[in-house]
Ligand binder design. Sequence first.
Ligand SMILES: [Zn+2]
Length: 272
Amino acid sequence: MSTASRERFQSSLRRARKIAVLTGAGVSAESGIPTFRGAGGLWRRYDATSIASPEAWQRDPGLVWEFYNHRRERALGCAPNPGHRALARLEAVWRDAGRTFTLITQNVDGLHEQAGSRDPVRLHGSLWQVRCLACGSVTENRDVPITPAFAGSGSPDPDARARRFTAAELPHCRCGGVLRPHIVWFGEALEERDLAAAAAGVEGCDLLLVVGTSAVVYPAAGFVPLARRHGALIAEVNVEPSAVTSLCDFVFTGGAGEILPSLLDVAPEPAP
Ligand SMILES: [Zn+2]
């Protein structure tokens, strides 16, 4: 990244009255959360539709919970990195100055919240929330293992299952209904409320920052053109060029934890 481009970016950032940030797996990869499609990605070991889909749930909810139990276990040992913290700090400074800041994330690990981000729009749900299939209530749940039956179950192997979990071993709501992960699975629609909140944050923003995501999957793929239509500047922080690189005014190549702390260390310019 050239010093000139960095200074131009920071000068635009200081003047921004409304900022939107879109983050993806790349931000959490630096914290040790496995990514999906990259090297060592989760979906290279598991066929996504065989484990994170309504069909998989119909076939074997125990296998699906084994997968999420394993992901919760992994996430529990991970901490926010300097990239998460730099975004939380930017949000606090911007909100204190009476300006608008919206963090939209495709991540489900909760690391943004742990770093201090207040109310990120979680497009794909949360590893730490469960939803009752009977009464529909969504609740926070940090139990690891999710139920005692899942203790030590490790990483599921769809091809060589050691055992099946019974209905009684699945997590249950107080109402008696079965709990599922509050995660948007393949083939499921995103929550209207989250989509609306994300669009409201992007529409009319002065600056859209895309971090750690290739932004090729809907709806993230639509945010860059949406921001663009309203005249926003677009900046990208990614370890490699992505589908949005050619649409960006600023491209910073590298990890979020390495680039964001100094890049975002600015104060808003007082309003005239
Ligand atoms: Zn219930």
